[in-house]
Design a protein around this ligand. Structure first.
Ligand code: NAD
Length: 479
């Protein structure tokens, strides 16, 4: 099967000159696809298809739209194993995590299918006799969606689901690294009966095809997930042409461990948060801020547990830490590890790549005595690298946790209700958790960053309906 765009429910070869080679990061000799990328003409065709389909799709009842989404969720459940295997090969996600992500995506579509029966407006009192006033929601029309590689199934699912149920049509540009996973997600919706033109998939690089989507006057909204640098530019460009825009961006997520924490739970919480998906989660724990009384015991146990994690091929069921996604990411993480040592931090574990392995492997890496101004303390690394800090008390811990431009997720391990409550009140993050890892979200709850980690309406749960609809007010003189 060749890598094709999907426009008007038809598989069409991308017509651009540029090509991309997708490689299995667990085994770089395994070439997944050498494929052509889209042209600007392809973007125009996809936007035209989405706009042609928009009135018909908006006219369908939300319940009918929900039926298609529910059917797609059922098909996705049937295809979980095949899609998870593909994603694991394409982005190096350990297979159990990939299965979990595929299943989560089906649940996301089921949740938004149900929203079809729950979309509401308000009945309002009118001061004018005989007048009925109410609010109603209208879809934006055709929208653009741009997604990253680290969750190639669930991030598209949680953008596509709410856009479709509210009656929008879509031009979706996924990451380059997972072409077949992206096609499989879109095909599931096509097979479920989605009308032609409602979801259009374009393969392409960000700087030209992504940018053309952001700039396209035929797209009334842009939903973007990715890095901060790109996200800020996307926000600016889309806002400049008055498109509605939402950006979910990176993090530098702290986990605080207080003296009164349950030690085993704290270690597990740090391991799960820092090393799942090789640390390539926007919510991954990258700073662990430990109170001085528990620091020695925590550090010893954390390093021992991290050392024992199985690093290997993503499709091996025993693997906990798979490879990082590609050569660029591999080199970037290694340069951060180098800078950690150069800026005076003490390397307790890892630090070296798996040079004898077949793919882009980086061992779990832990630095201690990290200066708050060091690069590894401030910049998103997006790899299995943790910086440890020592603090005297809760106040210092929260101050250090908040000392970042990022604000995605923040956690604390403590057995004190008062400390937990103080943390929840003061932590500057879109997601805050007690005795739970920084990574880990639930589809019915809003998700997104504060500060520089997110711009616009949050995703997941019900609030995202606000992004995909325009609220209108109607007055009706009935008597
Ligand atoms: P990235 O910003 O490089 O790319 C994200 C997407 O944007 C890709 O599809 C890419 O092709 C596209 N893109 C690149 N340049 C573009 C441009 N000029 N205009 C339009 N589109 C463009 O990010 P990435 O490396 O794919 O993903 C990792 C980043 O995503 C990390 O920073 C991570 O924290 C973030 N992320 C955030 C969330 C969240 O919900 N907050 C979730 C997952 C990942």
């Amino acid at each position: 099967m060749t890598v094709c765009n999907i426009i008007d429910n038809k598989a069409l070869p991308p017509a651009g000159k540029a090509t991309y080679r997708a490689i299995n990061p667990s085994d770089t000799a395994d070439v997944i696809a050498d494929y052509a990328l889209s042209s600007i003409d392809d973007v125009n065709k996809a936007v035209a298809a989405a706009n042609r389909a928009a009135p018909g799709w908006a006219h369908e009842t939300p319940i009918a739209r929900g039926e298609i989404l529910r059917k797609a969720a059922g098909l996705l459940r049937e295809r979980v194993e095949a899609i998870a295997q593909q994603a694991s090969r394409e982005v190096g996600k350990p297979i159990e995590e990939a299965r979990g992500e595929a299943l989560y995506s089906a649940r996301v579509w089921e949740f938004y299918a149900g929203e079809g029966t729950r979309l509401t407006g308000d009945n309002l009192p009118s001061g004018r006799p005989g007048v009925v006033a109410y609010t109603l929601r209208k879809p934006l029309g055709a929208v653009g969606q741009i997604t990253p590689w680290n969750f190639p199934m669930s991030i598209p699912a949680w953008k596509i689901g709410p856009a479709l149920i509210t009656g929008n049509t879509i031009v979706w540009k996924p990451c380059l690294q997972a072409p077949y996973t992206s096609i499989a997600m879109a095909q599931t919706l096509v097979d479920a009966g989605l009308p032609a033109g409602v979801l259009n998939l374009l393969h392409g690089d960000g700087f030209d095809i992504g940018q053309a989507i952001v700039d396209h006057p035929g797209l009334a909204g842009i939903s973007f997930t990715g890095s901060q640098k790109v996200g800020f530019a996307v926000h600016q460009a889309a806002s400049a042409r008055r498109a509605k825009v939402q950006c979910e961006l990176g993090g530098k997520n702290p986990l605080i461990v207080l003296d009164d924490a349950d030690l085993d739970l704290a270690v597990l919480t740090a391991i799960e948060g820092a090393f799942r998906n090789a640390g390539q989660k926007c919510t991954a724990t990258s700073r662990v801020i430990v109170q001085k009384g528990i620091k020695e015991a925590f550090t010893k146990a954390f390093v021992e547990k991290a050392r024992a994690l199985a690093v290997g091929d993503a499709r091996d069921a025993k693997t906990f830490v798979g490879p990082v996604v590609d050569a660029r990411q591999y080199e970037k993480i290694r340069s951060y590890i180098k800078s950690g040592a150069e800026e005076g931090a003490e390397l307790l574990l890892g630090g070296d790549s798996g040079q004898n392995r077949a793919g882009y492997f980086i061992e779990p890496t832990i630095f201690d005595h990290v200066k708050p101004e060091a690069k590894i303390a401030r910049e998103e690394i997006f790899g299995p690298v943790v910086a440890l800090f020592t603090v005297a008390d809760l106040d210092e811990a929260i101050t250090l946790a908040n000392d970042t431009e990022h604000g995605l997720s923040s956690s604390i391990c403590t057995t004190s209700l008062a400390s937990a409550h103080q943390f929840l009140n003061r932590a500057q993050a879109g997601v805050t958790s007690v005795n739970l890892p920084t990574a880990g979200v639930e589809l019915q709850a809003p998700f997104g960053g504060s500060k520089a980690s997110g711009l616009g309406v949050k995703e997941q749960g019900r609030p995202v309906i606000d992004f995909y609809t325009e609220l209108r007010t109607a007055y009706l003189k009935v008597a």
